[in-house]
Design a protein around this ligand. Structure first.
Ligand code: NAI
Length: 244
């Protein structure tokens, strides 16, 4: 069998970077797809330094044209996509009463529509191989809710519904689709929170520490592997016990 190829959206930093490095160590060829071209290259450099194969793609998940062109480019260079990790995500927080239409639309476009567009572009290639793994990065708040994040919460709850729908549509083709719902993970996304906000979150975490990008990457590696072949349509919560 030729080497499996994993496409990681938002692989330029944070959780996506950890996923890309972890899948490289598990012997996948990697495509890093984000609009942050320099950062894409930095991660690609780290992967190549480990002896892994990596390409980078200028990729905006919210644009169907960009996604199509990006996936075509990956197929040209690496010939297949076996594992898709829909990790790209953004926040634009505000209480619902004050949330701007643009902030609602942007978050839905990147987080939810982006997950759909990228899956849609990759699925035909997985069908051809009669094997595939889609892992969608949702969030604890997609199940639990969170004040000030109506757009983000709706996008992540939508990802969970989309995961179950795609799992049912694709099971007969031997393609599994699962979601991971991370808790509070130490990345650029959470670095903007104040110490007080962090402390308030930490009280809710029985394991009493922030999650690390590696905690999420380990779960992705499992769901992408042959060991997870009988798991589909599930939400794996990686949250230190924050929501059970
Ligand atoms: P981050 O802000 O460090 O990285 C986000 C990544 O998404 C970057 O690589 C960025 O380039 C990419 N991205 C943004 N807009 C994009 C677009 N239009 N097209 C393609 N790529 C785009 O975020 P972090 O913390 O690494 O989050 C990764 C995923 O995990 C996100 O989906 C986030 O919602 C989710 N998550 C994060 C949690 C946390 O506590 N950090 C908790 C739960 C979920």
């Amino acid at each position: 069998m030729s080497q499996r190829v994993a496409l990681v959206t938002g692989g330029s930093r944070g959780i996506g970077r950890a996923i890309a490095l972890t899948l490289c160590k598990a012997d996948y060829a990697i495509a890093i797809a984000s609009p942050e071209l320099e950062k894409n290259e930095e991660v690609a450099g780290e992967i190549r330094a480990l002896g892994g194969e990596c390409i980078t793609v200028d990729f905006n998940v919210a644009s169907q044209e960009s996604v199509k062109a990006g996936v075509d480019g990956i197929i040209k260079q690496l010939h297949r996509v076996d594992v898709l990790v829909n990790n790209a995500g953004i926040t634009r927080d505000a209480l619902s009463m004050r949330m701007k239409a643009d902030d609602w639309n942007k978050v839905i476009a990147v987080n939810l529509t982006g997950t759909f567009f990228t899956s849609q572009a990759v699925i035909p290639h997985m069908m051809k191989e009669r094997w595939g793994r889609i892992v969608n990065i949702a969030s604890v708040v997609g199940e639990a809710g969170n004040p000030g994040q109506a757009n983000y919460v709706a996008s992540k709850a939508g990802i969970i519904g989309l995961t179950k729908c795609l799992a049912q549509e694709l099971a007969s083709r031997n393609i599994t689709v699962n979601a991971i719902a991370p808790g509070f993970i130490d990345t650029d996304m959470t670095a903007v929170l104040t110490e007080e906000q962090k402390q308030k979150m930490m009280v809710k975490v029985p394991l009493n520490r922030l999650g690390l990008p590696q905690d999420i990457a380990n779960a992705v590696k499992f769901l992408a592997s042959d060991d997870a072949s009988y798991i589909t349509g599930q939400v794996l919560r990686v949250n230190g016990g924050m929501y059970m």
